[in-house]
Ligand binder design. Structure first.
Ligand code: FE2
Ligand code: FE2
Length: 309
């Protein structure tokens, strides 16, 4: 079983305005991370209901304990993301509808798909996290350090705990369903759902957050959207509305490392994938050590500075 610790965090989202553009140096990444916050709420709500449903099927107490620790970590993440998103909704009330729609996409899975599909969904998606989050955490100096420390610290905490429980969802899936073939067969529909839900969040951002505050076309993280925008410049009949510039969140990161992350994502979906053997971000180790030493991890980059009000 994975040794998981339940850490309760309180970020100061209610104390002062939560900016949409929380890292002004990288508007595309700011927008992408905000979308992750919206998704996390819906996804983690689905996980809580899924584990409740799966509980009677855990015959091994070790698996039951793994599931319990896993779902408790996810519950903490969800609570913190709700506070982050509530801060955004205070500034942009239209985003309430966006959040409801994102949660609705996951509620739909809970209501209309079998338990084994949701177990596969969770295992597949969580398996991609370690390579992707490693890419981000290895470049925290540009992606996180320059931003609002509440938002940055929320993501650092969430991502290092995703690394910590990287095996949990697969362990649970294997115990209840135990079919790599099923997981692989479902992967295309699972990732279609993920992309559809991210699209809902990004469309909501374009609709409800003024361009001056978000700086970029939130849809620019989709290659198809960038292609359609470029096509529209050449073929006026196909022109779609200009909702801002189209930089990509990882433009500043070394291409080689982006490719390593991408191949990690592909590898994470193959049969027999064991997340225990993943390359881990150095920051995760540092984070856990500092947490154990009592460091204020809710203000990762500014803990030594006076509290802002
Ligand atoms: Fe999580
Ligand atoms: Fe997770």
């Amino acid at each position: 079983m994975t040794e998981l610790q339940i850490r309760k965090m309180r970020f100061a989202f209610a104390d002062y305005d939560v900016p949409f553009l929380w890292n002004e140096e990288n508007p595309a990444f700011s927008s992408m991370a905000n979308a992750v916050s919206f998704l996390a709420i819906g996804f983690e709500k689905m996980i809580v209901q899924m584990i409740r449903e799966a509980k009677p099927l855990f015959t091994d107490p070790v698996i039951a304990a793994e599931a319990e620790a896993f779902v408790r970590q996810e519950g903490q993440h969800s609570t913190a993301h709700r506070q982050h998103v509530a801060g955004l909704i205070r500034s942009y009330p239209g985003l309430r509808e966006t959040l409801d729609r994102v949660i609705g996409e996951f509620d739909d899975l809970t209501a209309n798909t079998p338990l084994k599909y949701r177990l596969a969904y969770t295992a597949d998606l969580e398996a991609t996290f370690t390579p992707v989050f490693k890419l981000m955490l290895d470049h925290d100096a540009t992606l996180f350090a320059l931003g609002d420390d509440r938002v940055a610290s929320l993501f650092l905490w969430h991502f290092v705990e995703e690394v910590e429980h990287r095996s949990s969802a697969l362990i649970i899936f294997d115990a209840v369903v135990g079919s790599d073939l099923y997981r692989m067969r479902m992967a295309p529909s699972i990732f279609r759902h993920v992309m559809r839900t991210i699209r809902i969040a990004c469309r909501g951002f374009n609709e409800h957050v003024p361009l001056a505050d978000r700086q970029v076309d939130a849809m620019s993280m989709f290659a198809t959207h960038r292609f359609r925008r470029r096509l529209g410049r050449v073929v006026p009949a196909l022109r779609i509305s200009d909702r801002g510039t189209m930089p990509r969140a990882f433009d500043s990161l070394p291409v080689r490392e982006q490719l390593v992350a991408l191949s990690g994502v592909v590898r994470s979906q193959l049969p027999g994938h064991d997340p225990r053997h993943e390359n881990l971000p150095a920051l995760a180790d540092r984070w856990f050590r500092r947490f154990d030493e009592g460091y204020d991890v809710t203000r990762w980059y500014t803990a030594d500075q006076p509290v802002r009000h």
